[in-house]
Design a protein around this ligand. Structure first.
Ligand SMILES: [Fe+2]
Length: 160
């Protein structure tokens, strides 16, 4: 990490080299490359990769969110967003399912929880900063468990 210039207080500012970060499974078919999580405001930013055919369940945006489509696209209540399009969803926006007719990558800036509908007028689950942080922590833990280095015979180190 570069040394901060004198008088520069980053207060959480970031420069993220996305090519050096790992994609993690969100558990619903999407992959996330998490850029930032704010425990203070609950906002989080991530690149999201959705494979062709991915369907995101109906949900309500408790806080606002915006999305910039980098490649591919998705179809949702507001229309068909394609590469180069920017989507804003106001706090309180209620969504039917979002479908991805092609492999898609988009930047998601989410400023509050996303509540997934249970089909009975309630919510089945909440995607908030804690859930995204848990996803990141789980991926880190999995990486640690998957790649323990043990000493093999002859003194050479070998991945288990
Ligand atoms: Fe949405």
């Amino acid at each position: 990490m570069a040394k901060a210039a004198p008088g520069y207080d980053s207060i959480g500012s970031a420069l993220v080299r996305t090519g050096k970060k790992e994609w993690i499974n969100a558990g619903d078919g999407n992959q996330f490359l998490v850029l930032r999580i704010s425990k203070e405001t609950g906002a989080w930013s991530a690149l999201v990769k959705a494979p062709a055919g991915q369907v995101n369940a109906p949900h309500t945006h408790i806080g606002p969110a915006d999305f910039y489509v980098l490649s591919g696209g998705f179809d949702y209540r507001g229309g068909s967003a394609r590469a180069g399009d920017w989507v804003y969803e106001a706090a309180g926006t209620v969504h039917e399912a979002t479908t991805h007719p092609m492999d898609t990558v988009y930047l998601a800036n989410v400023y509050g929880p996303v509540a997934f509908h249970d089909g009975k007028g309630g919510f089945a689950g909440i995607l908030d900063w804690r859930a995204v942080q848990a996803m990141v922590d789980k991926a880190k833990q999995k990486k640690k468990v998957a790649a323990p280095v043990t000493a093999a015979k002859g003194g050479k180190k070998k991945a288990a």
